[in-house]
Ligand binder design. Structure first.
Ligand SMILES: [Zn+2]
Length: 240
């Protein structure tokens, strides 16, 4: 069983702790998924990783929910602190945790946080901290509130998924949409806020995807070293 940092007493914090910090967002996820979808996914992956590592010194911190979601700001409910503030938060949090923890790893489920993670973790590595970050990704995942995230949420929080409202958004590859997305935000390319298509989502697929993500993150936490972006990579098997 994974150990939550929040429920641990100070004397019970193990020596040589490895802290997994889920990083999510509070942003629109289409008409059918809750705003904290990324935080729910990041925390679930972190818990699975802690279980797989199976060491008592692994702790799962409460998720960082306020993050960098400027590209979703035109949709109500989105609550973002931006990349600069998030980067600063990651830096101060790590400096604090590292007074008692041996390692800190950020488990990120929102692509928009990559800039802040890269900046923050880079700075921390330069300061000599043992820290890295890993994305929650699988091959073939769609971008936002589509089949991947809808399946994960049907597995993790089924009561919060409004399947009757699920509808396809813009299904073009994100790389193609990027210029318009950067210029005008998600609303400019997808009026309903979905990048992908939730059709075909299921709890079973969600469980499968969660396991794939957890396997990948576990391998990186176990054997990875930070690259120039602070992202953990295995020397022998680069990941995207
Ligand atoms: Zn998301």
């Amino acid at each position: 069983m994974s150990r939550p940092l929040s429920a641990t007493t100070s004397p019970d914090v193990p020596a040589g702790a490895l802290v997994l910090v889920p990083v999510g967002s509070l942003e629109q996820h289409g008409p059918h998924l809750p705003l904290d979808t990324d935080a729910v996914i990041a925390e679930a992956v972190a818990r699975c990783v802690a279980d797989r590592l199976g060491r008592r010194e692994v702790l799962v911190a409460p998720p960082i929910v306020y993050a960098a979601s400027g590209e979703h700001q035109m949709f109500p409910g989105t609550a973002s602190i931006g990349s600069a503030a998030l980067s600063h938060l990651l830096i101060e949090l790590t400096r604090s945790m590292r007074t008692w923890a041996r390692d800190v790893v950020f488990v990120n489920a929102h692509g928009g946080n990559s800039t802040a993670l890269t900046r923050g973790v880079n700075r921390l590595v330069a300061e000599g901290h043992s820290v890295g970050w890993v994305p929650c990704v699988t091959d073939g995942a769609d971008a936002h509130a589509g089949r991947t995230e809808t399946s994960l949420m049907l597995h993790l929080r089924p009561a919060e998924v409004r399947l009757d409202r699920a509808e396809a958004g813009n299904t073009s590859p994100v790389a193609e949409l990027l210029p318009a997305l950067v210029a005008g935000g998600v609303g400019a390319v997808s009026p309903n806020g979905v990048l992908g298509d939730p059709a075909g989502a299921s709890p079973a697929l969600g469980e499968h995807l969660l396991n794939l993500m957890a396997d990948r993150v576990t391998a990186l936490v176990r054997d990875g070293t930070p690259d120039e972006r602070g992202k953990l990579r295995r020397a022998s098997a680069p990941v995207p």
